[in-house]
Design a protein around this ligand. Structure first.
Ligand SMILES: [Zn+2]
Length: 359
């Protein structure tokens, strides 16, 4: 039986319960997002503490140091408490290598909350790759990922339980050559370990304008490498929910799509969305209900991708519990059945996270 690695040790797949597959719980140190800058003087809100006076600016994308770093174990635990209070059991923290990932902090948060927390191995966009990755081959990156999965991360003995989020930037679409290397490494590490994996796709198409719909290129790459499509989920698909036929094409190729930016309604982050439209949460609900009516409930998962402090409840966001607290009751009113909800919250994450030999 292949167990699933959490930051507090291995667990049986049946103990995962309700899973949020794409979150961020803790990141230490300086914000990785603006690490390439020494001078933040053109960011008027950079050093301001988060108060209601600047929340509007932050929700429109103004860079802010405190917003960019989830470096508070106490608040993280308190915020996860809302998820637990609504029945949540397991959280995957997709903060990969080079993003101030801290498995020991995650372990303390898991102990404080009683939740299962799964940490990951993977690399975000090219601009945020640690410089040493550029000197490695895809197979060497795969070796590093396998070491983090089978032995542990940075000598902590805490093992990654999943691969993510491997991110693709927008220039060029659908991935930079260095990002392609990471994606191929992720596939090879997935084959060797059987764990789940996810890609953060290119979000917008700056040349043609509009939201990017390049997910099939990632499915092509995964198929070429021979990794397990049943263990894969494509993150952030709800950002392209205006193109449901695109989602149907992805689903018909056998992957799971992740509606994981519940709670981003009302934010407008140009650096993230390239000036495209942030969908409303009710649109996320309606799109999922439509896809469930068509029988796709075994290939959909939901989360909140809480990656900035303004998404925590304490700073005016809706936190880690919006799906359980608000979206699930609304899905019921739209005819989504209990078994479909159970598939999206429990069974699909279990299939993705359980190494194939243990399924
Ligand atoms: Zn994320």
């Amino acid at each position: 039986m292949n167990l699933i690695q959490t930051v507090t040790g291995p667990i049986h797949p049946n103990d995962l319960g309700i899973v949020s597959l794409h979150e961020h719980v803790y990141s230490g140190g300086e914000p990785a997002l603006y690490a390439d800058r020494e001078d933040h003087s053109d960011f008027p809100h950079w050093d301001a503490p988060i108060t209601i006076d600047i929340l509007g600016a932050l929700r429109r994308g103004a860079p802010n140091r405190q917003n960019s770093s989830l470096n508070d174990e106490g608040i993280a635990a308190e915020e996860l408490g809302h998820f637990a209070a609504h029945g949540g059991r397991t959280v995957v923290d997709n903060t990969g290598v080079g993003l101030s990932r801290d498995p020991e902090a995650l372990r303390r948060i898991a102990e404080a909350t009683g939740l299962n927390i799964i940490t990951t191995t993977g690399f975000y966009k090219h601009a945020m790759h640690p410089p040493w990755v550029g000197r490695m081959t895809a197979d060497q990156v795969a070796d590093l990922m396998v070491t983090e999965i089978e032995e542990g991360i940075d000598g902590t003995g805490i093992r990654a339980g999943s691969i993510g989020e491997c991110a693709c930037s927008e220039d060029p679409l659908p991935y930079h050559p260095e990002e392609e290397k990471i994606l191929r490494a992720a596939c090879r590490a997935q084959i060797r370990t059987g764990v789940g994996f996810t890609i953060h796709p290119s979000i917008f198409d700056a040349v043609r304008g509009g939201i990017a719909t390049v997910g099939e290129a990632y499915v092509d790459l995964i198929e070429q490498e021979g990794a397990d499509l049943d263990s894969f989920y494509l993150s952030h698909c709800d950002l392209s929910l205006d193109h449901l036929d695109y989602h149907r094409r992805l689903l018909d190729r056998g992957i799971t799509i992740s509606y994981d930016t519940f709670g981003y309604e009302g934010t407008n982050l140009p650096g993230f969305l390239g000036g495209c439209r942030m969908p409303g949460d009710i649109e996320r609900v309606n799109a999922i209900a439509a896809l469930c009516r068509e029988g796709y409930d075994r290939q959909i998962v939901m989360a909140q991708d809480v990656g900035m402090r303004m998404l925590w409840k304490r700073y005016g966001g809706s936190g880690y519990s919006l799906v359980l607290e608000w979206a699930v009751p609304l899905l019921r009113t739209r005819g989504v059945t209990e078994s479909q909800i159970h598939n999206m919250l429990v069974e699909n994450p279990k299939r993705i996270l359980t190494p194939a030999a243990g399924r």
